[in-house]
Design a protein around this ligand. Structure first.
Ligand code: ADP
Length: 225
């Protein structure tokens, strides 16, 4: 479903020397599998997530999502591929403040044109699933942090992506709300059989996932314990 083989990423630095952020990182996940990626700040977690999310190109190595190498696609096809196959959940919900909750959930459809009645019905169903049916015409500012993150989960899943990528999805929430968002994220992942990769510093969240990996100095290894 998702495989990354020997992913390396370097950035040029001001001294002219290369900054090697990821070194020969490989991982592979089948439908319905999930994994936590942990590691110190600056170790390359977000860079890896950006590459797996096709937002950034690797310097070398190959990513395959459902048998397709996204980096072989031209830019418009890559953007369409990304919005169909990959759902993103960020620490800060990244909802558009001027749009309603329902409009925010529909955003991934806009990459391919406008959302019709079928898409609206699907998005409304998801809002019901995350417990926010009555809030669909509210704006993000009218919601609590946990509610905003529920909307972000609905938006990430609205196109039934095969891959769900979450960067500190509970990072800005109090512990009870974090617990309920983590629970919901995992339930939705199991229901949709998406692959889920969660970058987190939270051992509590990481413990809920099937596998735990650590990045240190750009290298990926299985976490201790
Ligand atoms: P983490 O998510 O683990 O905190 P990042 O993936 O954000 O780590 O960053 C890893 C390293 O790569 C850091 O040293 C960071 O400064 C560097 N880095 C990230 N993006 C860029 C970029 N676009 N240009 C140069 N250096 C970058």
């Amino acid at each position: 479903m998702l495989s990354a083989q020997n992913i390396s990423k370097s950035y040029p630095s001001t001294t002219g020397a290369l900054l090697n952020v990821l070194a020969e990182v490989s991982l592979s996940l089948s439908a319905g599998e999930n994994v936590a990626i942990m590691g110190p700040s600056g170790s390359g977690k977000s860079t890896l997530l950006s590459i797996l999310g096709t937002l950034e190109y690797p310097t070398s190595g190959q990513v395959l999502i459902d048998g397709i190498d996204p980096f072989q696609l031209a830019e418009p096809e890559l953007a369409a591929f990304r919005s169909r196959q990959i759902g993103f959940v960020f620490q800060d919900h990244h909802l558009l403040p001027q749009c309603t909750v329902l409009e925010n959930v529909l955003i991934p459809f806009l990459a391919d044109g406008k959302a019709g009645p079928e898409e609206v019905a699907h998005a409304s169903g998801l809002l019901e699933r995350v417990g926010l049916a009555e809030r669909s015409l509210h704006r993000p500012a009218q919601l609590s942090g946990g509610e905003r993150q529920r909307v972000a989960l609905a938006r990430a899943l609205v196109r039934n992506p095969q891959v769900l990528l979450a960067d500190e999805p509970t990072g800005n929430l109090d512990s009870a709300t974090a617990e309920s968002i983590a629970q919901l994220l995992l339930e939705l992942q199991q229901e949709t059989a998406a692959v889920l990769i969660v970058v987190t510093h939270s051992t509590q969240l990481a413990q809920k996932l099937q596998n735990r990996l650590v990045i240190e100095q750009g290298r990926l290894r299985v976490a201790d314990g």
